[in-house]
Design a protein around this ligand. Structure first.
Ligand code: 9D3
Length: 258
């Protein structure tokens, strides 16, 4: 899969795409990330890429012409005869919120163009004419689209076939299964096994699997009831969760002095 990122900060995207699972996917040739800088398509002595908005007010917009030429160059690069044009995704606070379902759909595309805004954003006409989808990564304010693009590349990149090791298998992911993860524990010289649930030290693999499933269910119930509401649980899961909530409610109850 190939990403073409239109950004005023190509070094940032490049750096992100060299790290960890995504970096390895790139080394393995599963993923290609190319950056395109509108500044390289800006004219004049100052190579300006910002422009004042019609109607006045504070802040600047990205200048249209460098952006259009940059986009045209990105679109034209590495196109084979018969290729369908790659969709252009604008990372934007006005976009649809990114979900794992969306990530999965995007991961099946051979190529995506990502457009990162800076300043107050991009002329609406360019968005109307060129952009196929707008994507936000959540309800908080960033200073530009690059972090959002890096998030998308990470989430999509790790799903490329062969990017993950067996242990990191994507089917186990939180959200893929509709549940949060269970807590994890490891060997520690300073802490010993204090605070580690006994069952994890028992060697009883069936009991461990049951405990982990129950913790996943219980933590989703406590922290993300919205996720739980969208999943139908089998009888075993419902029994595990019922036992978890009974225990949790008992532990919460104010001890009464007699
Ligand atoms: C404070 C500026 N805002 C004026 C009302 C508008 C605004 C413009 C540009 C807010 C944020 C940005 C830059 N953000 C993004 O480019 C962005 C983003 C985000 O801020 N939050 C979540 N997802 C995304 S995707 C791109």
């Amino acid at each position: 899969m190939r990403f073409d990122v239109i950004t005023l900060f190509p070094e940032f995207i490049d750096h992100c795409a060299r790290i960890g699972v995504v970096g390895r996917a790139r080394e393995r040739g599963l993923l290609d990330v190319a950056c395109w800088n509108p500044r390289d398509y800006a004219g004049g002595n100052y190579r300006r890429v910002d422009e004042r908005p019609f109607g006045g007010g504070p802040g600047m917009l990205m200048m249209i012409e460098p952006l259009r030429e940059c986009l045209a160059a990105a679109r034209a690069a590495a196109v084979m005869p018969g290729d369908t044009p790659a969709p252009l995704i604008h990372l934007s606070p006005q976009g649809e919120k990114l979900t794992q379902a969306m990530v999965r759909k995007l991961a099946s595309q051979p190529r995506l163009l990502l457009l990162c805004g800076r300043y107050e954003g991009i002329d609406e006409r360019l968005i109307e004419r060129e952009v196929d989808a707008e994507v936000s990564i959540g309800d908080f304010v960033l200073s530009g689209g690059e972090l959002a693009a890096a998030v998308l590349i990470d989430a999509v990149g790790r799903l490329q076939h062969g990017a993950l090791n067996d242990e990191q298998s994507a089917v186990q992911d939180s959200f893929e299964g509709g549940l949060l993860d269970c807590p994890h524990y490891t060997r520690s010289e300073s802490l010993g096994t204090a605070g580690v649930p006994d069952v994890l030290l028992s060697g009883d693999h069936a009991a461990i699997a049951r405990w982990r499933r129950q913790q996943a269910l219980g933590r989703t119930w406590l922290r993300r009831p919205d996720l739980l509401a969208r999943t139908t649980l089998c009888d075993d899961d419902r029994a595990l969760l019922a036992a978890f909530s009974r225990e949790w409610l008992r532990a919460q109850a104010v001890p009464t002095s007699k």
